[in-house]
Design a binder for this molecule. Structure first.
Ligand SMILES: *Cc1c(COP(=O)(O)O)cnc(C)c1O
Length: 402
């Protein structure tokens, strides 16, 4: 149970850094089997590793500290995100919490108002017990961010596009304010994945993911990752991950490693479908508003183009009529499933007001624009025509009931 310095484990045999994104997603970190040279990384389901003598092991000593299957995924994600190192955790929330361990008691952090519900709960209800205070501001207004900085403010938490309203925040402008004020920045990049947005390239210090979503992409694993943009943060993250025992299991890492290999192609199809569905919703008489940055009239469209490689496949929309209309629509589909989560190959939709954002007070939900008409949709990789027909039928059925 060594002190888990970032680079004590044997690196993979080859350096793929000169290759493009899709090639790195398929190959980086994978060649861990020196004995039989399997083409994919084996699962190493072992808690401990045998030493050659009291001073020598083969780079691994105990799976809480490091495991070859987990290390393969960590090397892969560090490469895709453009970071120097990564720690893979047992959930996205464990990753969020791990990044927060860069803060000490007495520190203050600034975060956006419309962030992931579970992150809001951690920031609002748990971090204060550790002496860390979080202020929630409108991240679209860098002046409001600057005004929230006090003497003990240490960090700025960025989530863009935001959840569930898909507001696009200017990462470069936020990094600039943070640097001027001496803060470090953490970005939760779950909604776009490194295929479509790379915050570290935009100057962010630490990147967080729920790998449960697009990175694994098949709705069959809960996991997370924290990627350090520089050595300065890599050490603290590696130390806390080992000290707190947050690392992901070799089985889960193996599945996620299989998922990440198709991230590039999945994101292309996700996005193509999302644009078709968003256009359909925009023209539908029973829909009042569509929040999707890929639509030219979305207020964040140009900004998204300037800092993202695509618009992703998360969108939300507000139905006309009363709250029953939205609720009836949500149970009227055959393909799109009523379920929380996002980023899987199957389309899911849900009702933030009573589901994903239920842990916020009604006041906080309303301040974040989360009302009874809002439906959040994660567009999958089914046939776009089928999705449009399915959602259209649900809207018709809800209209007939209204
Ligand atoms: C899902 C999610 C999380 C939390 O991840 P889990 O894997 O569910 O623990 C954090 N941030 C965002 C943006 C998410 O979508």
């Amino acid at each position: 149970m060594a002190d888990s310095a970032p680079h004590t484990n044997p690196p993979s045999g080859r350096d793929y850094s000169e290759y493009g994104f899709a090639s790195r997603a398929v190959h980086t970190g994978v060649d861990k089997d020196g004995q039989y040279r399997s083409a994919t990384t084996p699962i190493y389901p072992t808690s401990t590793f045998v030493w050659d003598d009291v001073r020598t092991n083969r780079g691994y000593d105990y799976t809480r500290s490091a495991n070859p299957t987990r290390r393969a995924l960590e090397e892969n994600l560090a490469s895709l995100c453009g970071g120097v190192d990564c720690r893979v955790t047992c959930s996205g929330m464990a990753a969020v919490d791990l990044a927060c361990h860069l803060l000490n008691s007495g520190d203050h952090m600034i975060a956006g108002r419309d962030i992931y519900g579970g992150t809001y709960r951690l920031f609002h209800d748990v971090l204060p017990k550790r002496g860390i205070r979080v202020s929630f501001v409108n991240l679209s207004d860098p002046d409001e961010v600057a005004a929230a900085v006090s003497e003990n403010t240490r960090a700025l938490w960025i989530e863009t596009p935001s959840n569930p309203l898909m507001n696009v925040h200017d990462v470069r402008a936020l990094v600039k304010v943070a640097k001027e004020k001496g803060l470090f920045t953490i970005a939760d990049n779950t909604f776009l994945s490194p295929a479509l947005q790379r915050p570290i390239e935009l100057g962010v210090d630490v990147e967080v993911h729920s790998t449960t979503k697009y990175i694994n992409g098949h709705s069959d694993v809960i996991g997370g990752a924290v990627v350090a943009g520089s050595e300065e943060y890599a050490k603290g993250i590696a130390f806390a991950c080992n000290a707190l025992g947050l690392g992901g299991s070799p089985f889960d890492c193996w599945l996620t490693l299989r998922g990440v290999k198709t991230l590039g192609v999945r994101m292309k199809k996700h996005e193509e479908n999302a644009l078709a569905v968003a256009q359909f919703l925009f023209e539908h008489p029973a829909v009042e508003k569509v929040h999707y940055p890929g639509l030219r009239r979305h207020p964040g469209h140009e900004l998204a183009k300037s800092q993202q490689d695509g618009f992703g496949a998360m969108l939300s929309f507000e139905t006309a009529g009363d709250m029953r209309f939205a609720q009836n629509t949500l149970t009227g589909t055959k393909l799109v499933m009523l379920a929380e989560s996002l980023g899987g190959i199957e389309s899911l939709w849900q009702y933030p007001f009573l589901m994903s954002h239920a842990s916020m007070s009604e006041e906080a939900r309303r301040a974040g624009g989360i009302n009874e008409h809002l439906i959040r949709l994660s567009v999958g990789i089914e046939d776009a025509d089928d999705l449009i027909a399915d959602i259209g039928a649900a809207l018709e059925a809800a209209s007939a009931k209204a």
